[in-house]
Design a protein around this ligand. Structure first.
Ligand code: HEM
Length: 145
């Protein structure tokens, strides 16, 4: 294993950790925190939760963009994937951008729209994870002659 391999393993690891941290935090808010306060988290508690989750979201965003760009470059550099792979990867990126947008906009919204926004983030996140699994499978198949 050389330095490039180690860099790629690091990028793949960071990419997966960012996905777990972000989607995990939003799922926790939706299914544990909301019901624990009957859907009305006290203002001060909400403010503190927001400060903590903002850091997760902002760090994840930087990690996704950096590691996503490197993983994309790595996959495409093999020159083995076809239009199916490229289209699905394009769809994954579009859904990721939609997820980032919704996450940032719903942070400033009223509680009802905020919950709706969080549901969209989780739905999009889970769809993106499915696309990531699909892309991996297509890529591995493309390597077999
Ligand atoms: C700018 C945004 C993004 C780009 C350019 C990007 C790009 C990529 C690429 C090229 C791969 C490798 C696919 C393959 O195996 O052939 C990948 C894997 C993956 N992506 Fe993303 N991605 C982005 C955002 C996201 C987001 C928002 C999530 C989570 C919701 C995510 C979760 C994953 C996961 C879990 C993997 C599998 C990592 C592994 O191999 O273990 N990605 N991504």
């Amino acid at each position: 294993m050389d330095a490039t391999d180690l860099l790629l393993v690091g990028m793949r690891w960071l990419h997966a950790v960012a996905a777990v941290a972000w989607i995990g935090a939003v799922i926790f808010e939706l299914i544990a925190l909301g019901p624990a306060f009957n859907g009305a988290v006290p203002h001060e508690a909400q403010r503190r939760i927001d400060t903590a989750t903002r850091e997760i979201v902002q760090s994840s965003l930087v990690v996704f963009l950096l590691s996503g760009a490197i993983l994309t470059f790595e996959r495409l550099s093999y020159n083995v994937v076809g239009t199916g792979y490229v289209s699905l990867l394009g769809l994954k990126i579009v859904l990721a951008i939609a997820m980032f947008q919704i996450a940032f906009r719903s942070r400033r919204a009223d509680p009802e729209r905020r919950t709706a926004g969080s549901r969209w983030v989780v739905g999009l996140g889970i769809t993106i994870l499915f696309l990531a699994a699909l892309l991996k499978s297509i890529f591995e198949r493309s390597l077999v002659p």
